[in-house]
Design a protein around this ligand. Structure first.
Ligand SMILES: [Zn+2]
Length: 89
């Protein structure tokens, strides 16, 4: 899952294919390409990723009541050199 984090307003926004997504203050934006895998971000956006499988497992762990440490998932910041998530001017 690709998201944008705005350093100005703090919004963390999930990208979509059908429309450009913006943070609350409008300083950051991004969108998935039509292939649903590649994406772009613009403005002040910081490109964030999270593994979908990790999130699904964390949700299941929560349902099972396994506790906080089992409901975690890892998020990461994409490198500027990432091939599938690139800055658009
Ligand atoms: Zn913002």
């Amino acid at each position: 899952m690709k998201l944008i984090l705005c350093p100005d307003c703090g919004d963390l926004v999930t990208l979509r294919v059908r429309s450009v997504r913006f943070c609350e203050c409008g300083a950051s934006s991004g969108q998935y390409e039509a292939n649903g895998h590649d994406a772009w971000y613009a403005g002040k956006a910081i490109p964030v990723g999270a593994l979908n499988g990790d999130i699904r497992r964390a949700i299941e762990d929560r349902k099972l009541g396994l506790g906080e440490e089992h409901g975690n998932f890892k998020a990461f910041i994409f490198s500027p050199a990432a091939l599938h998530y690139q800055r658009r001017a």
